[in-house]
Design a protein. Structure first.
Length: 547
C-alpha cells in the first residue's frame, strides 16, 4: 500500500520524525501468563467501579504469574483534575491492589514499558501514526468543526447514518500538494483512519466475558490523532496495549462497539490483537425501582472514600467485589473460611455479564463475616486506625482504654458461633457505648411487671458471683428464673405457655436492659466479665432504684 504520495504526506505532517518506530521487547513470560492493566483517566475520584475493574485485572495477572500495570490515560486535558493520579494510585494501594509496573502515588514510575502516562507518550503516537499514514492507512483531515457540523446536519436531514465515512470523508483522497498548501497556511489537521470496513458487514468476535458475538464492522474514518497532537482513546489503546504487551484488555463494556475499529487498527499495524473482556457496569436499583449505573454525582457509594469514611474493612469491600465478579465466591468462602481471599481464582467466563447489582445489605453481610474472622486485637487495631481519622472522641477513649477495648471485642469471638454484629468501624461506637459510659438508661420491658422486675434484679445482685464459670452462672440464673415462675428455656415455654410468666430470655432481658440499656447485646456472661463486679452491681442497683 506504500506509495510515494502517502510517504510524502507522512513526511509533510511529521517532518521531525525520522526513525522507524521502535518495538518494545517481548516480556518473556511463561505461557498463559496474562499481562493486564488498569487504565483510568484522572478526571475525578476513584470510583468503586474502577476498583472492580482494577481488581479483576490484577487477579487475572497475578493468578497466572503475569504482570499488572497502571497506565494513566490523560489525553483529555480539559477534564483532568489536579490530584487525579494520586487519588487513583493511592486508592488502589489502600485496596491492596498490587501494581507491578506503571505509575505510583508519588508520581514516580517503574517498569521497562513506559512512560505509563499517556501525555508523556506523544512522540510515540506520532511515530507510529506516521507509519500508518505512510502506509496509506491514515490521512490528514483539515475539516473545521463548522464543516463537520454541516456534514452531520445534512446526514440527519437525509436520515442517513452520521459520521465521516465513504463519500462523506472529504479528505480521504487528499493530494500531497493540497496537504502542503494547507500546512503552509498554518491550518490545523487531525489524522483519520482510512477505514476498509464495509457497511452491513459483521465481524465475529469472542469476548472473554460475553462470549461469541457478531459486531457491525467499522466504516468510520475515526479520528486517531486530534488537532492538538493528542491521540484519541482508540489510537492510544492500540499503540499502548501493543507496546506494553497487554494480553488481556479488561475494560468497561461501553467500549464493546469500538472493538471492530480496534481490530482494524491492530490488523493494519500488523500487530497481534489482545484478548478482550468487556465488563458490565455496577448497577443499583433507584428509588423508582429501575436499574441504573452507580452515578458519580448521585451515589456517595460510588466514591471509594465513602468506604474508608464509613470504616468498611478493605478486605470486606474486596470480598464483596469478588462476590459481584463471580457469584460462586460465597461458596468458596464457606469451604475455605480461613484462606486469604487472594487465593480465590477469578474466572472471567463466569463473570457477571449483564450488570452486577450493588446491594448494601449484602455488603454488610459479607463485611460482618469478614470482621467475625478477625481477632479481637486485629479489630481493635483497625478501629483505632479508623477512629484516629474519623471519630476523635472514640479514638481518645480507645487510647486510654485499650485493654478493655480488646476484651470487649473478644466477646463471642471464639468457638463455633462468633459474633457477627459489626459491619463497619463506624458501627462500633454504638456497639460499645455502654462500656464507654455508665450513663445507661434502664427501661423495664413491658412484658415484665414492676414487682417481678424488682425481684429479678434484687435476687440477681445476690446470686451473682464473679468467681463462677459460665456454666455455673447459667445454672444459677436458670434456677432463679424457674423460682420466679419462668420456663428455664424457650422449648419448655412453648410446650405450655399458659403455665409460665415467660421464659429465661425474658428474665435475661431485664438484666440486659439494666446493664446496657439495650434489648440486643452479645453474650451477657462475657459482657459482665468485661464490665467487672463493681460496675455490674452498681448498674443493677441503679436500675432497681429507677423502677
Ligand atoms: N481510559 C479508559 C476509560 O477510562 C480506559 C478503558 C480501557 O481500559 O481501555 O474508559
Amino acid at each position: 500500500m506504500v506509495d510515494a504520495k502517502s510517504t510524502k504526506i507522512a513526511d509533510l505532517l511529521f517532518p521531525d520524525i525520522e526513525s522507524v518506530p521502535d518495538e518494545t521487547p517481548d516480556r518473556n513470560l511463561p505461557k498463559g501468563a496474562a499481562v493486564t492493566r488498569y487504565a483510568p483517566s484522572p478526571t475525578g475520584f476513584l470510583h468503586i467501579g474502577g476498583v472492580y475493574t482494577a481488581l479483576i485485572s490484577e487477579r487475572m495477572a497475578h493468578q497466572s504469574d503475569g504482570v499488572f500495570y497502571l497506565r494513566i490515560e490523560d489525553t483529555d486535558k480539559q477534564r483532568e483534575i489536579a490530584d487525579g493520579v494520586r487519588l487513583i494510585a493511592s486508592g488502589l494501594g489502600k485496596f491492596g491492589i498490587r501494581v507491578d509496573e506503571g505509575v505510583h502515588p508519588d508520581m514516580t514510575e517503574t517498569g521497562a514499558y513506559g512512560p505509563y502516562i499517556q501525555s508523556e507518550r506523544l512522540p510515540i503516537y506520532h511515530t507510529f501514526i506516521k507509519k500508518l499514514v505512510a502506509d496509506g492507512n491514515a490521512y490528514p483531515c483539515f475539516c473545521t468543526s463548522e464543516e463537520l457540523d454541516q456534514t452531520r446536519e445534512t446526514q440527519e436531514l437525509q436520515k442517513i447514518k452520521t459520521g465521516y465515512y465513504g463519500r462523506w470523508a472529504k479528505h480521504r483522497v487528499i493530494t500531497s500538494e493540497e496537504v502542503e498548501e494547507r500546512l503552509g497556511r498554518g491550518e490545523q489537521f487531525a489524522v483519520r483512519l482510512k477505514s476498509r470496513g464495509v457497511e452491513g458487514q459483521k465481524i465475529k468476535f469472542t469476548d472473554l466475558i460475553k462470549g461469541d458475538l457478531n459486531l457491525s464492522a467499522n466504516e468510520n474514518d475515526a479520528i486517531l490523532l486530534k488537532s492538538d497532537g493528542y491521540p484519541t482513546y482508540h489510537w492510544a489503546h492500540c499503540v499502548d496495549d501493543h507496546l506494553m504487551r497487554t494480553t488481556q484488555v479488561i475494560r468497561g463494556d461501553e467500549w464493546l462497539p469500538s472493538v471492530p475499529l480496534h481490530t482494524e487498527l491492530f490488523t493494519l499495524m500488523g500487530w497481534e490483537l489482545p484478548q478482550y473482556a468487556h465488563l458490565a457496569p455496577i448497577v443499583k436499583i433507584d428509588e423508582a425501582g429501575s436499574k441504573r449505573k452507580l452515578s458519580k454525582r448521585k451515589d456517595p457509594e460510588a466514591n471509594v472514600e465513602y468506604y474508608f469514611e464509613q470504616g468498611y474493612p478493605i478486605a470486606a469491600v474486596t470480598e464483596y467485589l469478588l462476590n459481584l465478579i463471580n457469584s460462586d465466591f460465597e461458596d468458596w468462602r464457606r469451604e475455605h473460611p480461613d484462606t486469604p481471599h487472594t487465593e480465590f481464582i477469578v474466572r472471567l467466563e463466569k463473570a457477571n455479564a449483564s450488570g452486577a447489582l450493588f446491594d448494601f445489605v449484602k455488603l454488610a453481610d459479607v463485611s460482618k463475616a469478614v470482621v467475625s474472622r478477625m481477632s479481637a486485637t486485629e479489630v481493635c487495631a483497625a478501629v483505632i486506625e479508623w477512629a484516629n481519622q474519623y471519630d476523635a472522641e472514640l479514638a481518645a477513649w480507645l487510647a486510654s482504654n485499650r485493654d478493655e477495648a480488646i476484651k470487649i471485642f473478644a466477646i463471642e469471638r471464639t468457638g463455633e458461633k462468633r459474633r457477627k454484629d459489626i459491619a463497619k468501624w463506624s458501627d462500633v461506637r454504638e456497639h460499645i457505648a455502654y462500656f464507654m459510659t455508665d450513663e445507661v438508661v434502664f427501661v423495664r420491658p413491658e412484658k415484665i411487671d414492676t414487682t417481678t422486675a424488682t425481684e429479678i434484679l434484687t435476687k440477681t445482685i445476690v446470686l451473682i458471683d464473679f468467681s463462677d464459670s459460665a456454666e455455673e452462672w447459667l445454672a444459677k440464673f436458670r434456677a432463679l428464673a424457674t423460682e420466679l415462675g419462668f420456663a428455664p428455656d424457650t422449648k419448655t415455654f412453648k410446650a405450655a405457655p399458659e403455665t409460665f410468666k415467660g421464659h429465661l430470655g425474658d428474665v435475661a432481658s431485664v438484666l440486659r436492659l439494666a446493664l446496657t440499656g439495650r434489648t440486643n447485646t452479645p453474650d451477657l456472661f462475657e459482657l459482665m466479665q468485661v464490665l467487672g463486679e463493681q460496675r455490674v452491681k452498681e448498674r443493677l442497683e441503679r436500675a432497681l432504684n429507677n423502677l
